[in-house]
Design a protein around this ligand. Sequence first.
Ligand code: ADP
Length: 333
Amino acid sequence: MLGYKEDELKTITLRDFTHPDYVAGDDVSLLRLVAEEIPVYHTENRYTRKDGSVIWGSATISIIRNNNDEIQYFLAMIEDITLRKIAESELIAAKEKAEESDRLKTAFLHNVSHEIRTPMNAIIGFSALLNEPDTPESDRHQFIDIIFQSGSQLLSIINDIVDVANIESGQVKLNIKEMNLNSSLRILDEQFSYKEKPDIISINLDTGLPDEQAVIMTDSTKLIQILSNLINNASKFTRKGRIDFGYALKDGNLEFFVKDTGIGIPPEHHEKIFERFFQVDNLVSRKFGGTGLGLSICKAYVELLGGKIWLTSNPGKGTDFRFTIPYVLPGKV
Ligand code: ADP
C-alpha cells in the first residue's frame, strides 16, 4: 500500500509516512493512548507513499503492553480509503454545485419578476395617463417614448429567456451565410453611438481587415447578437470613458474584442459570469438590473460558431472581452 518493502518498513515509524499536516493530531492522540485515557483511536489521515504520492488511510491505533503494563508497541492498522475519499469529495462538489445552481435560479426568478414588473408598471401607468383628456401633447410624446422603451425592454428579456431555453434543449441551429463583416459592424457602431451619451462614452470601431477580405461565412445574426450583448454590458458598466470594439485576424481565426473603461470584474468572477443567472453583486447591477443571461448566451453562441470567449479585466479600470470565430471565406465551406 505504501510502496515500501517489509525490510524498509521495519526501519521507519508511523510518523515517517504520516503526511506532515496530520502528525501533530496523531501526537496528541498517541499521548492519550499512553496515558490510558482511551483504549484505541481511529482517524482518517493522509499518508505519503515511498514514491511521494499521497493516499488517504483509515487508521486504528492501539497499544500493546506486556504483563507488567509496560508499553511494547503501538499497533497501527491502516486501510487505504483513497477511492472512497475521492468519491466523497466528488459528491460534495456535486452537492455544492446543485445548491449553487438552485440559489442562482431563485435569484433569477426574483430578478426576472422585478425586470418584468418594472417595464410592465411603466406601460400600464403611462397608458392610463395617455387616456387622461387633459394630458398636454408634449407629455403624451414622452409617455409614448417610455411605453415604447419599456415594451422593447420586456421583449429583450423574453428573447433572452427563449434563447436560453433553446440553448438548453439543444435546439439552436446555425444559419451560416455570407456576411459582410465590416459593414455590419459599422451599422452596429452607428446604432450604439446614437444610443450612448456621446459626450461621456465614445464608441470606436476597429475593423481588422480591408472590406474586400471581410466577407466571411458565419451566422451573422448570432455574431451580431454576441457583440450587441457585450457592447450593451460595456455601456451599462461604464460611466465615463470609452468603448472600443472590433476584430483582428489571428492564427486563422477572427478575434473580436469589446473593451471598456468601466468598473471591471474581480478575477474570482471571471469564469462564473459566463454561467446562467450569475451577476456580480455591485451597485451598478442592482441599479440597472439584468437577468444574468446575456453572457451565458454569448458563450453558448461563440462555442456553437466554433470559437471560445474569455476576458481580462482590471477592477476599477475596465474590462476586455474577447472571442474567436473561424475565418472562413465564401466558397471554402
Ligand atoms: P446581466 O448583464 O443581465 O446581469 P450578463 O450575463 O450579461 O447578465 O452579465 C453577468 C454579469 O457580469 C453582470 O451582471 C455584471 O456583473 C458582469 N459584467 C458583464 N459585463 C461587464 C462589464 N463590461 N464590466 C463589468 N461587469 C460586467
